[in-house]
Structures are given as structure tokens and as C-alpha cells.
Design a protein around this ligand. Sequence first.
Ligand code: SAH
Length: 368
Amino acid sequence: MEHKTDILSKSLDEIKRDLISMGEKSFRGEQIYEWLYKKGVTSFHEMTNLPQTLILKLESQYSIGTLRLLKRLISKDRHTIKYLYLLGDNNIIECVVMKYHHGNTLCLSTQVGCAMGCSFCASGAGGLVRNLSVGEMTAQLLITDRDISELGWGRITGMVLMGSGEPLDNYDNTLEFLHQIHNPKGFNMGWRSITLSTCGMVPKIRLLADEGISINLAVSLHASNDEMRRRIMRIANVYSIKDVIEASRYYFEKTGRRVTFEYALIQDENDKPEHAEELAYILREFPCHVNLIPLNENMHSSSKRSRIQAINKFESVLKSAGISVTRRREMGPDIQGACGQLKASFLNGTADFKTEEAESSNGKYQRI
Ligand code: SAH
């Protein structure tokens, strides 16, 4: 394999510096950046305002992303598209686009696998394989954005870091990636259109609060007391719920962004009315939001989804305690829209790809 630098891992300033050392003018950096981030081109030859000599130089030095589209699955209701991407080292990652009335949200992966080992999560079942690079995160956004616009869905308008991986465990690359796509000369995604979800790495939440970027923070709590949380999430052996809430409060104070606590309801584990009362108590006087997630059952865990009556009751207890609460809308269950499940079933050959599956419309992506 050729060893070219992935230009999607480079900031605009770095591209400009490279251009100057090639004997080129630095304004070409802005042109290249626009092609990459505003037009989503996949070849330097598409950059029609660059001289041919520069195109050849760029081509010999850089690649544009290292991802290959493996599968694209569109849910029957046409509200969700799931993408499986092959990385340069043959690892596979997935991301999902969800269509809402206010725009298209991309759910993006930050790691291959995950080290956090939450009991119900398919992504962490095999442990952490490796961090994704800045370019690999950027490519998920750019390739997916171009693909959905070719499908007539418009652009990606928001992003949640809720695919596989723990974003705060890949802190530096994730932050660089966020700055990259926020750059108004590039993709220009607003901070408020981005949500980072964490299992609660307390010191990193505080670090993030001090970055001066007002992205939304979601914290996976999933339990109303520490003993329960330790049964469900390994990270609870390191940080108490009190630590997690204090760090979240700090995040809110520094950024002004309301924190969301995610709570996956697991039958007979964390879904009793008394757990809802306990949760309301520990979140009292904190202007936060709770997002209830009906558990997605998967082959890596024996955890069962709570019954609908239990979910309703849990929600109503929180509401009557004055907690702001919503229930996560379920999207794309027919394409295994959730949490590492498509990749898992793809790898062991049980994925049901009879769901409507569209070929890349211009055949750009090689398929295996
Ligand atoms: N590591 C980050 C982000 C990845 S997962 C985090 O822990 O927040 C995004 C959300 O999906 C988290 O709240 C996670 O706990 C939840 N999740 C993972 N597997 C799930 C499953 N099988 N059912 C429901 N929610 C799940």
C-alpha cells in the first residue's frame, strides 16, 4: 500500500504550511479546503480551479480519506440510513443518518470497538481495537454527507458522537476533528449542532468544559445508585454518580449548555418506579434533561428491554418530580440501527441484508 498522508487529518493551517513548503501559494489552502469540506470531493482532479501541476503534486502526497463504503442500508420507513465503512487496515466501523423534520443527524463512531465494557453494549463486547484518526472521523461525515445529498436528502445538519467508541477516551483526535468540521471555511458545523456522548469520564468532562466550545453534552448514566451502576457499567468502579453529576454541573456552568443524562431501561435492573424516584432525587436542582432509551437487545448481552408499562411508569414518575424527560425515538430497527449491532451481525454473517439496500448511486465506492 502506498503511504500517503490523509489530507482529511490536516487542519487548514497545516495544509497551508505544506503548500508553502511545496513552493505554492497559501491561498490554495482555502480552495482545497472548500473542495474537501463544502463539496465533499473524493479526487484532487475534481478541484477545477487548481492548476494541473498542483493537482499532480497533491495527488502524489495525499490521499482524500481512507474509508470505503461497504454497505448502505435504508430503513423501510426511509428515515434512517446505516453505513458500514471499511478502514485502511480492514477494520469496520458504522455510522447512521437519522432524518428528522429539522434536518439530518449523523451518528458517528470515534473508535473501533470500545474499552468501556458497558454490559448491554454491542460495540464494547470485543474491547477496544484502536482509536480513529481525525481523518477517519472526518471522512465518515464527508462521505455520508455527499451520499445523502446524492440521494436527495439534503445535507447533514447535526452530529451526535454516539456510534461505537468513547469519544473522551480518544480525546485529542476527537477535539481536533470537532475544530476541523466547525471551521467556517470548511464544513461550518455549529457547536450547538454537535452532541458528544460519554459514559462519564469525569476528568475529561471537566477538560472539555474548559475548551471554550459550546457543544451539547450527553452523559450515559443508566443507573440511580452506584451499586446498580457498577453492575451495568465498568466505569462506575472508577467514578461515583456524585462525581459524574458534579462534573456535568461544571460543564453546564462553563458552557451554558443543558446536559442530557441518558438512561437505557433494562428489565428488572434499573426500571422500577423507586429507581425513577431515586434518579429524580439525585438530579434535583440541576437543570438537566433525561433521555430514556428502550434497551436494544443484542446477542452480546442477556439484558432485556423493559416492558412498555415499566417505561411509561418510569417516565411519569420523573415527570411528576419535575424532571425534563423524553423518550428516545426508535429509528431503523429493521436495519439494526443501534449501537454496533449491524457490524456485529455483518461480521458473523447473520445480518439480514434483504432490507432495501441501495447501491452507491454513482458507483464511486468499490464494494466487497
Ligand atoms: N461511549 C459513549 C457513546 C457511545 S453509545 C457513551 O457511553 O455515551 C451512545 C449511547 O447508546 C450510550 O448512552 C450507550 O450507553 C447507549 N447504548 C449502547 N448500547 C445500547 C443498547 N444495546 N441499547 C440501548 N442503548 C445503548
